[in-house]
Design a binder for this molecule. Structure first.
Ligand code: HEC
Length: 431
């Protein structure tokens, strides 16, 4: 038993990685639950895998983790878990706070599972899920759906319902959103959220008309607010605590206009009336106005019936009068998306030798969309071009697929969170 455990490749790899002694190799020198595994599960898994969390089963005690040791080992080795979409290995930037295990952490969990999940010495302070801190600071405003909504399936979408709700933050002066938190009414049902600010009265009226035309609360929409002239304000996927935008920055919200919250309901775990609320943090002014700018090409066209259909486009920044600071990126595709790569290179660089990777999504998952921020802002200027390339699996479709807001349409785009060095309104520069 002892010898067999000690001879597995995974255990050796683990020992090598940590430069530990291999001399005696009793099973107690391998990773144990309380000393090694529990702190990792606490940091990377328990926010979702706890009672009432969205992670289908809790992983908060030794017994719970041991019972699923092989499934844990499999799900982390295949990088299904934790569910992050951006490559954070360092090959293409790193994103602080990204859901990502490095190779030594995966080796640790695999070694522990292969060694029959030893418990190790039981500490006096047993590790439990960390409490979520929530949004902190001044200027917090709570807004909620006006009335509960019971999601419904349709013939086309048996398990999902995409719905927009108008929210009124009652801001009487121009302000900037600097952070947010979602309080899902039915956490098992609310699968992701996008928040938009309506920029003028036409947009307010258009959204209201859609709401009025639909007898039930809110109105149907997919991927955006379903009206023109909006700005993206926030993106959320389950398991994420409060999000705060980079220090000193925020997204503009014009005085007196409404917001639209787009929710994706997943109906697999049942249908119950939902009343979701948002906690928003506003500032009257910020050092630097930020904008989530979309890099997109609406000419997207994909042939149906292909396991790998490609689409890419270039955005030359030619004519940009001053550099932009890029703080983060939000890649977006619909359900056929498989991979996305976002790069920049000098326009003059014909060979691509100076190409720099800005974000890479190796396994796109529509359910886990998020804005990810860089360690430090990346400067781009008029001498640069930005390239986005996406791959899709269209084998389930007999028809060609094109750009659009519908669930059957596709997108290939990246929103970038940008500011100007002098802090002035970004919109004045790029309009
Ligand atoms: C952001 C929430 C979240 C986090 C963080 C998370 N999980 Fe999950 N996990 C889920 C959800 C939701 C499922 C159900 C399957 C799905 O939706 O993909 C799941 C499923 C699983 C499964 C079932 C098998 C599978 O792959 O579907 C295992 C095992 C698992 N998680 C382990 C882990 C481990 C280990 C960690 C930490 C390293 C972790 N999870 C972190 C949400 C999460």
């Amino acid at each position: 038993m002892l010898t067999r455990n000690c001879s597995t490749g995974a255990v050796l790899a683990f020992f090598a990685a940590f430069a530990l002694s291999l001399m005696a190799c009793p099973s107690t020198t391998g990773p144990t639950y309380h000393t090694d595994v529990a702190p990792l599960l606490q940091r990377e898994c328990m926010s979702c895998h706890q009672a009432g969390g969205i992670g289908t089963f809790p992983l908060t005690t030794y017994a719970e983790a041991k019972a699923r040791k092989d499934l844990i080992s499999f799900s982390v080795s295949s990088r299904r878990m934790p569910p992050g979409i951006l490559d954070n290995s360092g090959d293409c930037q790193t994103f602080p706070g990204a859901r990502w295990l490095d190779d030594s952490e995966i080796a640790l969990l695999t070694a522990w599972a292969d060694n029959d999940a030893p418990e190790g010495p039981v500490p006096t302070d047993i590790i439990k899920p960390l409490p979520l801190l929530g949004l902190q600071g001044d200027g917090i405003v709570d807004v909620a759906m006006a009335e509960p909504y019971t999601p419904e399936s349709t013939e086309q979408e048996a398990n999902d319902d995409y719905r927009c709700f108008i929210l009124d933050p009652e801001r009487l002066t121009d302000s900037w959103l600097t952070g947010y938190e979602i309080l899902p009414g039915v956490p098992s049902e609310v699968h992701h959220m996008l928040l938009f600010s309506l920029l003028d009265t036409d947009a307010d009226n258009e959204a209201q008309a859609k709401d009025d035309a639909d007898p039930r609360p809110g109105y149907g929409c997919f991927g955006d607010a379903g009206v023109d002239n909006t700005n993206l304000l926030a993106v959320w996927a389950p398991g994420r605590d409060a999000v705060t935008y980079p220090e000193g920055t925020g997204l503009f919200v014009p005085a007196g206009h409404k917001l639209v919250m787009q929710l994706h309901y997943n109906l697999l775990s049942g249908v119950a009336p939902d009343l979701t609320a948002l906690r928003l943090r506003f500032a009257d002014r910020v050092q630097k106005d930020a904008l989530l700018v979309s890099l997109a090409d609406e000419n997207l066209a994909l042939e149906g019936g292909l396991p790998e259909a490609n689409y890419s486009f270039t955005v030359p920044l030619l004519g940009l009068p001053e550099p932009l600071e890029m703080h983060g990126a939000f890649p977006h595709m619909h359900t056929l998306g498989r991979t996305l790569t976002f790069t920049r290179q000098p326009i003059a660089d014909q060979t691509g030798e100076q190409q720099e990777c800005l974000a890479h999504v190796p396994n796109w998952d529509f359910n886990w969309q998020e804005v990810a921020f860089y360690d430090a802002p990346i400067l781009v200027d008029g001498g640069d071009r930005l390239d986005v390339s996406c791959t899709f699996d269209t084998s389930s479709r007999s028809e060609d697929v094109s750009w659009g807001e519908g669930t059957q349409d596709e997108m290939c785009l990246v929103f970038v969170y940008v500011t100007r060095e002098n802090g002035q309104r970004v919109v004045e520069l790029i309009d």
